[in-house]
Write a protein that binds this ligand. Structure first.
Ligand SMILES: NC(=O)c1ccc[n+]([C@@H]2O[C@H](COP(=O)([O-])OP(=O)(O)OC[C@H]3O[C@@H](n4cnc5c(N)ncnc54)[C@H](O)[C@@H]3O)[C@@H](O)[C@H]2O)c1
Length: 315
């Protein structure tokens, strides 16, 4: 298969590129390297995987060139992961966020349409599109109303609507994956689940970690390899659907800290600072639809995932 991955130099995108190459697919990666890095693509570019058919294109998805490129390269499947992925940046610069996350997504969709691609698999955000979810609705299902409370979440929701419109108008099939808090090797300490890499990096450097608020806020931490597996499945299944990709389990930041500290062999407790405004109190995604429609289940435990992340930081 010929695949194109936007955001291919990023944390999740580069992990997806490696997996697709290992399966023998031909892969184009598009990225402007604004937060991603070529270091993440070292293996892909060296042709060390099973597949060697890899091309990197340094391009901004806001540019018209990206439409031409996708139309010309004619991928069968477009994985759209490029994004301004920082919620706080979206609050400070909502127009910039919309340019990248809405207008950029439209350019990618136009390219996919002109290329005659059979499918777009999109990285949406389960932690933001639903907004505040009442305790009775946790873990949240895809049928829950979408009331995003950040410009980033609004953009992810809007792209979900555009995907539906493109399916109706142009018969371009899609699957939108509502990702929980993804963590693992290659993650930069920014973005939605950066807390795992922040804790891992600081604990290994012998530095103290700060928890904002009382640490009892919960998140649904899902390991990057499991998430990439959902993207691969999304190329064949789950057409026309929004699908949650999470564990369904709430983990408090306190428990997360304890897990990483134990794996790192550190006994020092975390420091506490005032809660950050606008932070969700609780978050978890019901992965039931993913099991039915993608045959997907997360298989990496939090301890295993933290260990793998720490190993990557050590090396
Ligand atoms: N990490 C998470 O927990 C999480 C959760 C929900 C959704 N997501 C989504 O998954 C996707 C990948 O996120 P990630 O965590 O790997 O973040 P990341 O920042 O590592 O990856 C995003 C990539 O997009 C690239 N990019 C940004 N703006 C671009 C532009 N204008 N043109 C071309 N490339 C551009 C960046 O350089 C980067 O390589 C994003 O769409 C993000 O919103 C991530």
């Amino acid at each position: 298969m010929k695949a194109l991955v936007t955001g291919g130099a990023g944390f999740i995108g580069s992990t997806l590129v490696d997996r697709l190459l290992a399966e023998g697919h031909a892969v184009d990666a598009v990225d402007d390297l604004s937060t991603g890095s070529l270091a993440n693509l070292a293996e892909a570019r060296a042709g060390r995987g099973a597949g060697t058919d890899f091309t990197f294109h340094r391009l901004d998805i806001r540019s018209d060139q990206v439409v031409d490129l996708i139309a010309r390269r004619r991928p069968e499947v477009v994985y759209h992961l490029a994004a301004q992925a920082d919620v706080r940046v979206s609050v400070d610069r909502p127009a910039f966020d919309a340019e990248v996350n809405i207008v950029g997504a439209l350019k990618v969709l136009e390219g996919a349409r002109l290329a005659g691609a059979r499918k777009v698999v999109f990285a949406s955000s389960g932690g933001t599109i639903y907004g505040t979810v009442g305790p009775d609705d946790l873990p949240v299902r895809e049928s829950h109303p979408q009331r995003p409370e950040s410009p980033y979440g609004v953009a992810k929701k809007a792209v979900g609507d555009y995907l539906f419109a493109y399916r109706q108008l142009h018969e371009l099939e899609f699957t939108a994956l509502a990702l929980a808090n993804v963590y693992g090797p290659r993650q930069d300490p920014h973005g939605e689940a950066g807390v795992v890499s922040i804790f891992a990096g600081r604990l290994l450097a012998g530095e103290a970690c700060t928890i904002y608020g009382d640490g009892e806020q919960t998140r649904d931490f899902v390991f990057v390899d499991d998430v990439v597996d959902a993207f691969v499945r999304g190329a064949e299944r789950g057409g026309g659907l929004l699908v949650n990709i999470g564990t369904g389990t709430e983990t408090s930041v306190n428990d997360l800290y304890r897990s990483i500290a134990r794996e790192a062999g550190v006994e020092q407790p975390a420091a506490y600072a005032p809660a950050r405004p606008g932070e969700l109190a609780r978050s978890a995604l019901d992965p039931g639809r993913a099991a039915i429609h993608l045959g997907w289940k997360p298989w990496t435990t939090l301890d295993e995932g933290c260990r793998a992340t720490l190993d990557w930081f050590r090396s």
